[in-house]
Design a protein around this ligand. Structure first.
Ligand code: SAM
Length: 295
């Protein structure tokens, strides 16, 4: 199966929809409701823009929103520029575009001025952009060198930050094939996350409780936001079928050539796990945490 990162980001939307902690979300909604008619948002590591689509789809935003999406992958920014207007049209919104990676999405009730910025988030912060009312970092913080990068990141907002889907070091694949092999492969996979070039904290979920306090942020709400993907009537939704294959692709990509693994045993393990997806037998759980904080 061909792997494309933008397709992975599209595919995980429904898994993320279910995962987002609804207690945290309801307090965020209260904040939106009290914020008045306009709000500025910066999203760090925003990918192709699915969070903005979600907030519009869930009708959460105030009437006027300035939304700045920053992502370091040029492919994501290019994809967002074509995908978001298509998505907006399907949702009954109109779009105006400018050559400078700016979009205006609007209908009778909403108006979102979107700026798409291709940059490393720390380069963006170094330019001292105007602080936003809300910082969003979704499925992003666990990729950063924590806790060092956190105060700089939080400085993007002067009020609130909604920090979601922070991985917390637990991956579950059911049913178990062989307890020792399963545990060993998952342990090596987690270790490979620590070894990513930009840093990364695979227990960012639990560590953020203290990291946030050390960064002078106060936690307004926190809760689990686990990914839970399981077959229904022996099948997955097409995008969740693809999502599961992406997870196995990430495990394969991270561990191929790892000297601590027997290549044939790893190949066999992947083959069986993939066949479980085909047969509608695999359940996948990843433990993650959401936070809403005052900065
Ligand atoms: C797991 S993806 C999540 C994307 C998006 N938030 C979503 O959930 O659909 C992480 C994103 O962070 C971006 N990214 C990683 N490191 C970054 C950095 N240092 N600065 C800006 N973006 C970064 C990647 O390009 C990727 O799009």
């Amino acid at each position: 199966m061909e792997f494309k990162f933008s397709d992975y980001l599209l595919a995980k939307q429904s898994v993320d929809d279910r995962a987002l902690n609804k207690d945290v979300l309801s307090i965020l909604q209260t904040y939106f409701d009290m914020a008045g008619p306009s709000l500025s948002i910066i999203e760090a590591g925003g990918g192709i823009g699915t969070m903005l689509a979600r907030l519009l789809r869930w009708n959460m935003l105030p009437p006027h929103v300035g939304y700045t999406l920053v992502d370091s992958m040029p492919e994501n920014i290019a994809y967002a520029k074509t995908w978001l207007p298509q998505w907006a049209a399907s949702a009954g919104l109109q779009t105006e575009t400018t050559p400078a990676n700016e979009l205006r999405l609007f209908d009778a009730k909403h108006e979102v001025y979107l700026r798409l910025i291709c940059a490393d988030i720390f380069d963006f912060i170094a330019r001292r952009p105007p602080q936003a009312d809300l910082l969003i970092a979704h499925a992003f913080l666990d990729l950063l060198p924590l806790p060092n990068g956190l105060p700089d990141l939080l400085s993007l907002s002067h009020r609130m930050a909604w920090l979601t889907l922070n991985f917390d070091g637990v991956t579950i694949l059911e049913p178990i094939l062989n307890p020792l092999t399963d545990e060993y492969i998952i342990r090596l996979y987690h270790r490979s996350m620590y070894e990513r070039p930009g840093g990364g904290d695979i227990q960012s979920g639990r560590h953020l409780f203290s990291y946030l306090l050390e960064s002078d942020a106060s936690i307004l709400a926190a809760g689990a936001s686990d990914w839970v993907v399981y077959p229904r009537n022996g099948k997955y939704q097409p995008e969740e079928y693809y999502f599961l294959h992406c997870i196995l692709h990430f495990i394969e990509e991270s561990l191929s050539g790892n000297r601590r693994l027997d290549p044939q045993a790893f190949k066999d393990w992947l083959t069986v796990r993939r066949s479980q997806i085909e047969r509608g037998k695999l359940t996948y759980i990843a433990h993650q945490m959401d936070f809403l904080v005052i900065v």
